[in-house]
Unconditional design. Structure first.
Length: 173
């Protein structure tokens, strides 16, 4: 069993809050390509990226100083990424405390619901940020949860900040 295969097995036993710290513990135990692949595979299964964002940025920059980070995407995501325009309009639903996080969406409606989800709620006004970013500054596109997620470790250019409206969302069966 390779180190990557071993780590994949280990991550299966982690929940959405322990997976990322576990992966970060093994940053230098794996080849860079393998670690970045596992980060991409795990990204959408992590609910606590914010507290680890500085460490993630430092680690990702150490492993791969360029963007995009192809290892973080699967073949479908790479094809979709290649089809994106050179400059992207992205959205982030958040609060003042976490407005410059790494996870954004190409879909306004998807982003706008995030500050209203129980696990992401915080004190203060729920925000919807609209920004632009050159595609070559995007780390990855993640499509696994239908969120059209843009991952960036670089701050995008802010266009507007408004209050994220709370809407009724149909339950997913």
């Amino acid at each position: 069993m390779t180190d990557r295969e071993y780590m994949e097995q280990e991550l299966l036993f982690e929940d959405s809050y322990s997976r990322l710290p576990r992966l970060l513990e093994h940053t230098f135990d794996l080849y860079a390509d393998d670690w970045l692949h596992l980060l991409g595979e795990s990204w959408e299964c992590c609910d606590n990226i914010g507290p680890y964002l500085d460490e993630i940025r430092e680690t990702v920059t150490y492993h791969w100083p360029l963007t995009p980070i192809w290892q973080m995407m699967d073949a479908k995501e790479i094809a979709a990424f290649d089809a994106l325009p050179d400059v992207l309009t992205i959205y982030r639903g958040c609060y003042e405390i976490n407005k410059w996080g790494a996870s954004w969406s190409l879909n306004r409606d998807v982003a706008e619901k995030f500050p209203h989800l129980t696990r992401y709620s915080n004190e203060g006004r729920p925000l919807l940020i609209k920004a632009t970013i050159p595609k070559n500054r995007v780390a990855a596109l993640k499509l696994g949860r239908g969120e059209e997620e843009i991952v960036t470790f670089l701050r995008p250019k802010c266009i507007s900040i408004s209050t994220a409206r709370q809407r009724e969302y149909a339950a997913v069966a």
